[in-house]
Design a protein around this ligand. Sequence first.
Ligand code: NAD
Ligand code: UDP
Ligand code: UDP
Length: 316
Amino acid sequence: MHLAPRIMVTGGAGFIGSFLCERLLDQGAEVLCVDNFFTGTRSNVAHLMGNPRFELMRHDVTFPLFVEVDQIYNMACPASPIHYQFDPVQTTKTSVHGAINMLGLAKRTKARILQASTSEVYGDPEIHPQEESYWGNVNPIGPRSCYDEGKRCAETLCFDYHRQHGVEIKVARIFNTYGPRMHPNDGRVVSNFIMQALRGEDITIYGDGSQTRSFCFVDDLVDGLIGLMNTDTGVTGPINLGNPGEFTIKELAELVIEMTGTSSQLVQKPLPQDDPRKRKPDITRARNTLGWEPQVKLRDGLEKTIAYFRELHAAG
Ligand code: NAD
Ligand code: UDP
Ligand code: UDP
Protein backbone atom coordinates (compact mmCIF):
# COMPACT_ATOMS: atom_id res chain seq x y z
CA MET A 1 0.00 0.00 0.00
CA HIS A 2 1.26 3.46 -0.86
CA LEU A 3 0.66 6.27 1.57
CA ALA A 4 3.18 8.78 0.24
CA PRO A 5 2.34 10.09 -3.24
CA ARG A 6 4.58 8.57 -5.93
CA ILE A 7 5.87 11.42 -8.02
CA MET A 8 7.95 11.13 -11.17
CA VAL A 9 10.16 14.03 -12.25
CA THR A 10 11.53 13.67 -15.77
CA GLY A 11 14.64 15.77 -16.27
CA GLY A 12 15.01 15.49 -12.49
CA ALA A 13 18.82 15.55 -12.60
CA GLY A 14 18.79 18.95 -14.31
CA PHE A 15 18.91 22.42 -12.82
CA ILE A 16 15.22 23.01 -12.00
CA GLY A 17 14.36 19.30 -11.73
CA SER A 18 16.91 18.66 -8.98
CA PHE A 19 15.44 21.42 -6.79
CA LEU A 20 11.96 20.08 -7.48
CA CYS A 21 12.98 16.52 -6.44
CA GLU A 22 14.50 17.90 -3.26
CA ARG A 23 11.39 19.89 -2.32
CA LEU A 24 9.03 16.98 -3.06
CA LEU A 25 11.11 14.68 -0.86
CA ASP A 26 10.98 17.31 1.90
CA GLN A 27 7.19 17.21 1.60
CA GLY A 28 7.22 13.44 2.18
CA ALA A 29 6.71 12.16 -1.37
CA GLU A 30 8.34 9.17 -3.03
CA VAL A 31 10.31 10.60 -5.94
CA LEU A 32 11.33 8.80 -9.12
CA CYS A 33 13.85 10.91 -10.99
CA VAL A 34 14.09 9.97 -14.68
CA ASP A 35 16.91 11.47 -16.75
CA ASN A 36 19.16 10.59 -19.68
CA PHE A 37 21.95 12.87 -18.34
CA PHE A 38 22.18 14.91 -21.53
CA THR A 39 22.53 18.19 -19.64
CA GLY A 40 21.75 16.96 -16.13
CA THR A 41 24.24 15.22 -13.85
CA ARG A 42 24.24 12.67 -11.05
CA SER A 43 26.04 15.21 -8.89
CA ASN A 44 22.95 17.47 -8.99
CA VAL A 45 21.03 14.79 -7.07
CA ALA A 46 23.93 13.10 -5.21
CA HIS A 47 22.73 14.62 -1.94
CA LEU A 48 19.35 12.90 -2.36
CA MET A 49 20.71 9.41 -3.02
CA GLY A 50 20.71 8.40 0.67
CA ASN A 51 16.98 9.09 0.97
CA PRO A 52 15.04 5.78 0.82
CA ARG A 53 12.12 7.60 -0.88
CA PHE A 54 14.36 8.71 -3.78
CA GLU A 55 15.11 6.65 -6.89
CA LEU A 56 17.19 7.65 -9.91
CA MET A 57 16.59 6.01 -13.29
CA ARG A 58 18.57 6.57 -16.49
CA HIS A 59 16.02 6.70 -19.28
CA ASP A 60 15.33 8.76 -22.40
CA VAL A 61 11.70 9.95 -22.45
CA THR A 62 11.51 9.61 -26.23
CA PHE A 63 11.12 5.86 -25.49
CA PRO A 64 8.10 4.39 -23.71
CA LEU A 65 8.29 3.95 -19.97
CA PHE A 66 6.07 1.75 -17.84
CA VAL A 67 6.02 2.69 -14.17
CA GLU A 68 3.21 3.29 -11.65
CA VAL A 69 2.98 6.86 -10.37
CA ASP A 70 0.42 9.37 -9.06
CA GLN A 71 1.93 12.57 -10.48
CA ILE A 72 4.32 13.42 -13.30
CA TYR A 73 6.38 16.60 -13.68
CA ASN A 74 7.57 16.42 -17.29
CA MET A 75 10.68 18.64 -17.11
CA ALA A 76 12.94 16.69 -19.51
CA CYS A 77 14.35 18.93 -22.25
CA PRO A 78 17.57 20.89 -22.62
CA ALA A 79 16.76 24.55 -21.90
CA SER A 80 19.83 26.50 -22.94
CA PRO A 81 20.10 27.56 -26.62
CA ILE A 82 23.58 26.01 -27.06
CA HIS A 83 22.35 22.68 -25.72
CA TYR A 84 19.00 22.51 -27.47
CA GLN A 85 20.65 23.52 -30.76
CA PHE A 86 23.39 20.88 -30.41
CA ASP A 87 21.05 18.11 -31.67
CA PRO A 88 17.87 19.92 -32.73
CA VAL A 89 16.10 16.79 -33.99
CA GLN A 90 16.57 15.13 -30.59
CA THR A 91 15.26 18.34 -28.94
CA THR A 92 12.01 18.18 -30.88
CA LYS A 93 11.75 14.44 -30.22
CA THR A 94 12.25 15.02 -26.51
CA SER A 95 9.40 17.53 -26.37
CA VAL A 96 7.02 15.74 -28.74
CA HIS A 97 7.69 11.99 -28.30
CA GLY A 98 8.49 12.66 -24.64
CA ALA A 99 5.11 14.35 -24.13
CA ILE A 100 3.29 11.55 -25.99
CA ASN A 101 4.92 8.89 -23.81
CA MET A 102 4.37 10.75 -20.55
CA LEU A 103 0.75 11.57 -21.49
CA GLY A 104 0.24 7.92 -22.48
CA LEU A 105 1.59 6.94 -19.08
CA ALA A 106 -0.65 9.50 -17.36
CA LYS A 107 -3.65 8.16 -19.27
CA ARG A 108 -2.94 4.54 -18.27
CA THR A 109 -2.14 5.25 -14.61
CA LYS A 110 -4.65 8.13 -14.21
CA ALA A 111 -1.75 10.25 -12.96
CA ARG A 112 -1.89 14.02 -13.06
CA ILE A 113 0.76 15.54 -15.33
CA LEU A 114 2.45 18.93 -15.29
CA GLN A 115 4.18 19.91 -18.51
CA ALA A 116 7.13 22.31 -18.34
CA SER A 117 6.46 24.73 -21.18
CA THR A 118 8.27 27.99 -21.74
CA SER A 119 8.00 31.70 -22.44
CA GLU A 120 9.60 30.77 -25.78
CA VAL A 121 6.12 29.78 -27.00
CA TYR A 122 5.60 33.57 -27.31
CA GLY A 123 8.64 33.82 -29.62
CA ASP A 124 9.75 37.40 -30.28
CA PRO A 125 6.62 38.88 -28.68
CA GLU A 126 4.60 41.72 -30.18
CA ILE A 127 2.74 42.37 -26.94
CA HIS A 128 4.35 43.29 -23.66
CA PRO A 129 4.20 41.98 -20.99
CA GLN A 130 3.15 38.54 -22.25
CA GLU A 131 -0.15 37.17 -21.02
CA GLU A 132 -1.33 33.60 -21.54
CA SER A 133 -3.99 34.56 -24.10
CA TYR A 134 -1.26 35.77 -26.51
CA TRP A 135 -0.62 33.20 -29.29
CA GLY A 136 2.95 34.23 -29.89
CA ASN A 137 5.28 35.18 -32.72
CA VAL A 138 7.45 32.12 -33.36
CA ASN A 139 9.61 31.44 -36.40
CA PRO A 140 8.77 27.82 -37.32
CA ILE A 141 11.98 27.18 -39.31
CA GLY A 142 14.77 28.99 -37.45
CA PRO A 143 17.53 27.69 -35.16
CA ARG A 144 15.35 28.15 -32.04
CA SER A 145 12.33 26.42 -33.57
CA CYS A 146 13.22 22.91 -32.38
CA TYR A 147 12.73 24.16 -28.84
CA ASP A 148 9.87 26.64 -29.36
CA GLU A 149 7.76 24.51 -31.68
CA GLY A 150 8.55 21.33 -29.73
CA LYS A 151 7.15 22.96 -26.60
CA ARG A 152 4.16 24.38 -28.47
CA CYS A 153 3.37 20.88 -29.75
CA ALA A 154 3.80 19.45 -26.23
CA GLU A 155 1.16 21.96 -25.07
CA THR A 156 -1.14 20.88 -27.93
CA LEU A 157 -0.71 17.23 -26.95
CA CYS A 158 -1.54 18.03 -23.32
CA PHE A 159 -4.78 19.76 -24.27
CA ASP A 160 -5.77 17.00 -26.69
CA TYR A 161 -5.08 14.22 -24.15
CA HIS A 162 -7.16 16.28 -21.73
CA ARG A 163 -10.10 16.81 -24.11
CA GLN A 164 -9.95 13.38 -25.78
CA HIS A 165 -8.92 11.11 -22.89
CA GLY A 166 -9.71 13.13 -19.75
CA VAL A 167 -6.07 13.29 -18.62
CA GLU A 168 -5.56 15.81 -15.81
CA ILE A 169 -3.07 18.33 -17.16
CA LYS A 170 -1.27 21.41 -15.82
CA VAL A 171 0.72 23.52 -18.27
CA ALA A 172 3.36 25.87 -16.82
CA ARG A 173 4.96 28.49 -19.07
CA ILE A 174 8.28 29.02 -17.33
CA PHE A 175 10.22 32.26 -17.86
CA ASN A 176 14.01 32.63 -17.45
CA THR A 177 15.02 30.95 -14.22
CA TYR A 178 18.41 31.03 -12.51
CA GLY A 179 20.14 29.84 -9.37
CA PRO A 180 22.76 27.46 -7.99
CA ARG A 181 23.32 24.20 -9.94
CA MET A 182 23.04 25.86 -13.33
CA HIS A 183 25.73 24.26 -15.43
CA PRO A 184 28.77 26.61 -15.57
CA ASN A 185 29.15 26.03 -19.32
CA ASP A 186 25.45 26.07 -19.93
CA GLY A 187 25.64 29.19 -22.10
CA ARG A 188 22.76 30.99 -20.44
CA VAL A 189 23.27 34.60 -19.59
CA VAL A 190 23.34 34.42 -15.78
CA SER A 191 25.83 31.53 -15.60
CA ASN A 192 27.96 33.00 -18.41
CA PHE A 193 28.23 36.44 -16.82
CA ILE A 194 29.02 35.10 -13.34
CA MET A 195 31.65 32.62 -14.57
CA GLN A 196 33.25 35.28 -16.79
CA ALA A 197 33.32 37.71 -13.87
CA LEU A 198 34.89 35.17 -11.50
CA ARG A 199 37.53 34.20 -14.06
CA GLY A 200 38.27 37.87 -14.83
CA GLU A 201 37.34 37.27 -18.48
CA ASP A 202 35.45 39.67 -20.75
CA ILE A 203 31.70 39.74 -20.17
CA THR A 204 30.04 38.86 -23.48
CA ILE A 205 27.04 40.99 -24.33
CA TYR A 206 25.20 39.72 -27.40
CA GLY A 207 24.01 42.67 -29.50
CA ASP A 208 23.89 46.05 -27.78
CA GLY A 209 22.53 44.61 -24.51
CA SER A 210 19.26 46.53 -24.74
CA GLN A 211 17.19 43.33 -25.01
CA THR A 212 15.32 42.52 -21.80
CA ARG A 213 14.63 39.43 -19.72
CA SER A 214 12.90 38.77 -16.39
CA PHE A 215 14.81 36.50 -14.03
CA CYS A 216 13.12 34.18 -11.53
CA PHE A 217 15.05 32.55 -8.70
CA VAL A 218 14.72 28.77 -8.77
CA ASP A 219 13.17 28.47 -5.25
CA ASP A 220 10.31 30.75 -6.29
CA LEU A 221 9.77 28.79 -9.47
CA VAL A 222 9.61 25.46 -7.63
CA ASP A 223 6.94 26.94 -5.31
CA GLY A 224 4.93 27.91 -8.38
CA LEU A 225 5.28 24.48 -10.04
CA ILE A 226 4.15 22.60 -6.93
CA GLY A 227 1.33 25.10 -6.38
CA LEU A 228 0.11 24.58 -9.94
CA MET A 229 0.32 20.77 -9.71
CA ASN A 230 -1.88 20.87 -6.62
CA THR A 231 -4.63 23.15 -7.95
CA ASP A 232 -8.21 21.92 -8.43
CA THR A 233 -8.91 19.39 -11.16
CA GLY A 234 -10.45 22.02 -13.45
CA VAL A 235 -7.30 24.16 -13.62
CA THR A 236 -5.28 23.26 -16.70
CA GLY A 237 -3.31 26.42 -17.36
CA PRO A 238 -1.40 27.50 -19.30
CA ILE A 239 -0.05 29.63 -16.47
CA ASN A 240 2.97 31.93 -16.70
CA LEU A 241 5.53 31.34 -13.95
CA GLY A 242 8.25 33.96 -13.82
CA ASN A 243 9.45 37.09 -12.09
CA PRO A 244 7.94 40.25 -13.59
CA GLY A 245 11.03 42.36 -12.75
CA GLU A 246 12.46 43.31 -16.16
CA PHE A 247 16.15 44.09 -16.80
CA THR A 248 18.20 44.81 -19.87
CA ILE A 249 21.09 42.42 -20.43
CA LYS A 250 23.47 45.35 -19.99
CA GLU A 251 21.93 46.09 -16.57
CA LEU A 252 22.42 42.45 -15.59
CA ALA A 253 26.07 42.59 -16.66
CA GLU A 254 26.66 45.75 -14.63
CA LEU A 255 25.02 44.21 -11.57
CA VAL A 256 27.19 41.08 -11.82
CA ILE A 257 30.32 43.24 -12.19
CA GLU A 258 29.37 45.27 -9.13
CA MET A 259 28.47 42.25 -6.99
CA THR A 260 31.54 40.18 -7.85
CA GLY A 261 33.94 43.13 -7.74
CA THR A 262 35.57 41.86 -10.92
CA SER A 263 37.86 43.82 -13.20
CA SER A 264 36.19 42.21 -16.25
CA GLN A 265 35.22 44.47 -19.16
CA LEU A 266 32.05 44.40 -21.26
CA VAL A 267 32.52 43.24 -24.87
CA GLN A 268 29.92 42.99 -27.62
CA LYS A 269 29.31 39.80 -29.64
CA PRO A 270 26.81 39.30 -32.47
CA LEU A 271 23.17 38.89 -31.45
CA PRO A 272 22.02 35.31 -32.20
CA GLN A 273 19.29 34.89 -34.85
CA ASP A 274 15.69 35.20 -33.58
CA ASP A 275 16.83 36.34 -30.12
CA PRO A 276 13.68 37.84 -28.53
CA ARG A 277 13.95 41.64 -28.07
CA LYS A 278 12.03 41.70 -24.82
CA ARG A 279 10.38 39.37 -22.36
CA LYS A 280 8.38 39.88 -19.18
CA PRO A 281 5.59 37.73 -17.80
CA ASP A 282 2.16 38.97 -16.90
CA ILE A 283 1.56 36.85 -13.78
CA THR A 284 -1.99 37.97 -12.99
CA ARG A 285 -3.29 34.46 -13.64
CA ALA A 286 -0.71 32.84 -11.33
CA ARG A 287 -1.47 35.41 -8.61
CA ASN A 288 -5.22 34.84 -8.84
CA THR A 289 -5.19 31.06 -9.31
CA LEU A 290 -2.26 29.98 -7.15
CA GLY A 291 -1.85 32.95 -4.83
CA TRP A 292 1.76 32.82 -6.02
CA GLU A 293 4.29 35.49 -6.80
CA PRO A 294 8.07 35.50 -6.65
CA GLN A 295 9.62 36.58 -3.36
CA VAL A 296 13.33 36.70 -4.18
CA LYS A 297 14.76 39.94 -5.59
CA LEU A 298 17.34 39.70 -8.37
CA ARG A 299 20.15 41.00 -6.17
CA ASP A 300 19.40 38.43 -3.42
CA GLY A 301 19.10 35.53 -5.86
CA LEU A 302 22.31 36.57 -7.61
CA GLU A 303 24.12 36.63 -4.28
CA LYS A 304 23.27 32.95 -3.69
CA THR A 305 24.10 32.03 -7.27
CA ILE A 306 27.44 33.86 -7.19
CA ALA A 307 28.30 32.06 -3.91
CA TYR A 308 27.61 28.70 -5.60
CA PHE A 309 29.75 29.50 -8.65
CA ARG A 310 32.52 30.90 -6.45
CA GLU A 311 32.79 27.56 -4.67
CA LEU A 312 32.75 25.70 -7.97
CA HIS A 313 35.42 28.03 -9.36
CA ALA A 314 37.61 27.65 -6.25
CA ALA A 315 37.34 23.85 -6.53
CA GLY A 316 38.76 24.18 -10.05
P1 NAD B 1 18.41 21.47 -17.71
O1 NAD B 1 19.05 21.31 -19.03
O2 NAD B 1 19.28 21.73 -16.52
O3 NAD B 1 17.51 20.21 -17.36
C1 NAD B 1 16.88 19.40 -18.31
C2 NAD B 1 17.03 17.95 -17.88
O4 NAD B 1 16.36 17.11 -18.84
C3 NAD B 1 18.50 17.50 -17.83
O5 NAD B 1 18.74 16.80 -16.63
C4 NAD B 1 18.62 16.58 -19.06
O6 NAD B 1 19.62 15.60 -18.90
C5 NAD B 1 17.22 16.01 -19.13
N1 NAD B 1 16.84 15.50 -20.47
C6 NAD B 1 17.00 16.13 -21.66
N2 NAD B 1 16.53 15.35 -22.66
C7 NAD B 1 16.04 14.22 -22.07
C8 NAD B 1 15.43 13.04 -22.56
N3 NAD B 1 15.20 12.87 -23.87
N4 NAD B 1 15.07 12.07 -21.67
C9 NAD B 1 15.31 12.23 -20.33
N5 NAD B 1 15.88 13.32 -19.82
C10 NAD B 1 16.24 14.31 -20.67
O7 NAD B 1 17.33 22.63 -17.86
P2 NAD B 1 16.39 23.33 -16.79
O8 NAD B 1 16.70 24.75 -16.82
O9 NAD B 1 16.39 22.60 -15.51
O10 NAD B 1 14.97 23.14 -17.49
C11 NAD B 1 14.02 22.19 -17.06
C12 NAD B 1 12.72 22.34 -17.83
O11 NAD B 1 12.20 23.65 -17.64
C13 NAD B 1 12.89 22.15 -19.34
O12 NAD B 1 11.77 21.44 -19.83
C14 NAD B 1 12.90 23.55 -19.87
O13 NAD B 1 12.44 23.61 -21.18
C15 NAD B 1 11.98 24.26 -18.90
N6 NAD B 1 12.28 25.70 -18.85
C16 NAD B 1 13.38 26.16 -18.22
C17 NAD B 1 13.66 27.53 -18.21
C18 NAD B 1 14.87 28.10 -17.53
O14 NAD B 1 15.08 29.30 -17.57
N7 NAD B 1 15.69 27.34 -16.87
C19 NAD B 1 12.78 28.41 -18.85
C20 NAD B 1 11.67 27.90 -19.51
C21 NAD B 1 11.42 26.54 -19.48
N1 UDP C 1 3.17 4.77 -23.00
C1 UDP C 1 4.20 4.71 -22.08
N2 UDP C 1 3.91 4.28 -20.83
C2 UDP C 1 2.67 3.91 -20.44
C3 UDP C 1 1.61 4.00 -21.38
C4 UDP C 1 1.90 4.44 -22.65
O1 UDP C 1 5.35 5.03 -22.37
O2 UDP C 1 2.50 3.53 -19.27
C5 UDP C 1 3.48 5.23 -24.35
C6 UDP C 1 2.99 4.25 -25.40
O3 UDP C 1 4.05 3.37 -25.71
C7 UDP C 1 2.63 5.12 -26.56
C8 UDP C 1 2.43 6.52 -25.95
O4 UDP C 1 2.75 6.40 -24.58
O5 UDP C 1 3.69 5.21 -27.47
C9 UDP C 1 1.04 7.04 -26.09
O6 UDP C 1 0.15 6.19 -25.44
P1 UDP C 1 -1.35 6.11 -25.89
O7 UDP C 1 -2.03 5.11 -24.99
O8 UDP C 1 -1.94 7.45 -25.95
O9 UDP C 1 -1.25 5.65 -27.38
P2 UDP C 1 -1.22 4.23 -28.08
O10 UDP C 1 -0.49 3.28 -27.15
O11 UDP C 1 -2.66 3.89 -28.23
O12 UDP C 1 -0.50 4.50 -29.33
N1 UDP D 1 23.18 36.67 -23.71
C1 UDP D 1 24.26 37.54 -23.70
N2 UDP D 1 25.50 37.03 -23.36
C2 UDP D 1 25.69 35.73 -23.04
C3 UDP D 1 24.57 34.85 -23.05
C4 UDP D 1 23.33 35.36 -23.41
O1 UDP D 1 24.14 38.73 -23.96
O2 UDP D 1 26.84 35.35 -22.75
C5 UDP D 1 21.84 37.23 -24.04
C6 UDP D 1 21.07 36.45 -25.10
O3 UDP D 1 21.41 36.89 -26.40
C7 UDP D 1 19.65 36.77 -24.72
C8 UDP D 1 19.69 36.91 -23.20
O4 UDP D 1 21.05 37.15 -22.88
O5 UDP D 1 19.26 38.00 -25.27
C9 UDP D 1 19.20 35.68 -22.47
O6 UDP D 1 19.87 34.55 -23.01
P1 UDP D 1 19.71 33.09 -22.43
O7 UDP D 1 20.43 32.16 -23.36
O8 UDP D 1 20.09 33.06 -21.00
O9 UDP D 1 18.14 32.81 -22.46
P2 UDP D 1 17.01 33.01 -23.60
O10 UDP D 1 17.57 33.68 -24.79
O11 UDP D 1 16.55 31.63 -23.89
O12 UDP D 1 16.02 33.86 -22.91
